[in-house]
Write a protein that binds this ligand. Structure first.
Ligand SMILES: NC(=O)c1ccc[n+]([C@@H]2O[C@H](COP(=O)([O-])OP(=O)(O)OC[C@H]3O[C@@H](n4cnc5c(N)ncnc54)[C@H](O)[C@@H]3O)[C@@H](O)[C@H]2O)c1
Length: 243
């Protein structure tokens, strides 16, 4: 199996690549990453020399590079994204470019290459906020994003949905909650709190400190993606537009 991963030098992507290469001795991984401020090759330094691993410095928007890199690929997992809510409030443009325009370019390249499965990392933030502390989101919950980041992710999800309906594009969208674990960029909540405390700096409180977040250990997210990888597509996921 040859897996094409995008954004693999970021937090979840680097954990996923390490997880896959450790678990499956006969799998190969090609990792395309733009190396934005959030991407760091050091996150995968221990596997750089692995013969089954190849790194390509590039953007998902670059269809020539992506199309060349996709040759021989069985499956694509897309982690490439602008992912930090606070940054999206300061400057929306990079979020629109990568999470919407870049995503569509990637979808088009993957579609042309005839790949068997495309797994896309979205986020539970596309559902907005829960009204009650004990509520839950389901796949039927309406999309109600509350930040430019989550709006760009919701837009990406809708583009994928449209491609599934229009072309029978073999995509699966996953919407995990906040992840924590090794190799997370220290602007995110848990590493920010931990590094501030280690440096004896004050820790920031969001809003009135009353917000509740769900947390998922990053390896559990990797296990979930692996399960989706191994499953055959369900009927209904690969549906075609009705005449
Ligand atoms: N971290 C979380 O808690 C969390 C929770 C739910 C969903 N997600 C989603 O999971 C995915 C991965 O999140 P993360 O925390 O690992 O993100 P991250 O910011 O740590 O990593 C993103 C990676 O994508 C790369 N990248 C950015 N733009 C690119 C482009 N145009 N072309 C190629 N590479 C590009 C960056 O260089 C970086 O390596 C994102 O789609 C995010 O929305 C994350």
């Amino acid at each position: 199996m040859k897996i094409f991963v995008t954004g693999g030098c970021g937090f979840i992507g680097s954990n996923f690549i390490r997880y896959i290469l450790k678990k499956y001795p006969d799998y190969e991984v090609v990792n395309l990453d733009a190396l934005t401020y959030a991407g760091n090759r050091e996150n995968l330094r221990d596997i750089e020399a692995d013969q089954r691993y190849q790194f390509i410095h590039g953007r998902i928007e670059d269809t020539k590079t992506v199309s060349d890199a996709l040759k021989g690929t069985d499956l694509v997992v897309n982690f490439a994204a602008e992912s930090h809510v606070d940054r999206s409030i300061i400057d929306t443009q990079p979020f629109l470019m990568t999470n919407i325009v870049g995503l569509q370019a990637l979808i088009d390249s993957v579609r042309r290459a005839g790949i068997q499965k495309f797994i896309h990392l979205s986020t539970d933030e596309v559902y907005g906020s829960l009204e009650t502390d004990d509520g839950i989101f389901t796949e039927e919950t309406p999309l109600a994003p509350n930040s430019p980041y989550s709006a760009s992710k919701a837009a990406g999800d809708l583009l994928i949905r449209a491609c599934i309906k229009t072309y029978g594009f073999p995509a699966v969208i996953v919407r995990p909650s906040n992840n924590y674990g090794p190799f997370q960029y220290p602007e995110k909540l848990i590493p920010l709190m931990v590094t501030n405390l280690m440096d004896k700096k004050p820790v920031p409180v969001y809003g009135k400190g009353e917000n509740i977040r769900d947390w998922l250990y990053v390896e559990d997210t990797c296990t979930a993606i692996d399960t989706i990888m191994q499953r055959k597509a369900r009927r209904g996921i690969q549906c075609r537009r009705r005449k």
